[in-house]
Design a protein around this ligand. Structure first.
Ligand SMILES: O=C[C@H](O)COP(=O)(O)O
Length: 249
């Protein structure tokens, strides 16, 4: 059975005091869910967040990392640095990293390799822009993003990979893919994996949907058979909204 996961990506929001306050609110949410729950604070607050949540069911994860082990990469963070503050999972390939920081499939392949070599689990993000969707090119774009960054891996690597389909036109826009659009793309992603690695691998990989998931649409989206959870942006900044989404499973 595939893992169900709801991960909150806080992006560049919340200073230390705001992080502590939001974590206090998250810890007061007692209802248990079937899903694994994760939050991704900014780098500067990872250690405090980890300390505050290490005895809870909420995992603290990172939003990004560099592929090099160390060296002259001003402003960057390595896999071992993340591990040293308790992080075991990292988001890679978010569309904001691709768009604003020039992260290509080739760079992302190196980041994935570095993360896996350091025994980090990877949440690998990808998705088409609006023009691709309008031109009917969305499946080809997603297929090439997955192939270019992941298809050099052995099948066994996929036990440490979670995929996150995030149509760029739905991120932070309030416009979400319809549950049918999400399901169609997730089924396509699974077929792409199956063609390369076989059905066992394809059926074992969790595929999350991201893009304007809110309390009022989570249940319908998560109800689709190939949607195994969500990567949540804006709604993850409010504890009640986030847990309403978590409890949509
Ligand atoms: O990482 C999260 C996604 O970019 C979704 O963000 P959003 O829920 O604010 O649309």
């Amino acid at each position: 059975m595939r893992k169900q996961i709801v991960a909150g990506n806080w992006k560049m929001n919340n200073d230390l005091a705001q992080t502590e306050s939001l974590i206090t609110s998250l810890k007061s949410q007692t209802k248990t869910s079937n899903a694994e729950v994760m939050i991704a604070p900014t780098f500067t607050n990872l250690f405090q967040a980890y300390q505050a949540l290490k005895d809870s069911k909420i995992e603290v994860i990172a939003q990004n990392m560099h592929f090099a082990a160390n060296g002259a990469y001003t402003g960057e963070i390595s896999a071992s640095m993340l591990k040293s503050v308790g992080v075991e999972t990292v988001i890679l390939g978010h569309s904001e990293r691709r768009e604003y920081f020039g992260e290509t499939d080739q760079i992302l392949a190196k980041k994935v390799d570095a993360a896996l070599a350091n025994e980090l689990r990877v949440i690998f993000c990808f998705g088409e822009v609006l023009a691709d969707r309008k031109s009917g090119n969305h499946e080809a774009v997603v297929e090439s993003q997955i192939k270019n960054a992941l298809f050099h891996l052995e099948a066994s690597a996929f036990k440490n990979i979670v995929l996150a389909y995030e149509p760029v036109w739905a991120i932070g826009t309030g416009e979400t893919a319809s549950p049918e659009q999400a399901q169609d793309m997730h089924a396509f992603i699974r077929k792409t994996l199956s063609n390369k690695y076989g059905a066992d691998v394809a059926n074992s990989v969790s595929i999350l949907y991201g893009g304007s998931v809110k309390p009022n649409n989570a249940q319908e989206i998560f109800g689709k058979p190939d949607v195994d959870g969500g990567l949540i942006g804006g709604a993850a900044l409010n504890a009640d909204d986030f847990f309403a989404i978590v409890n949509a499973f």
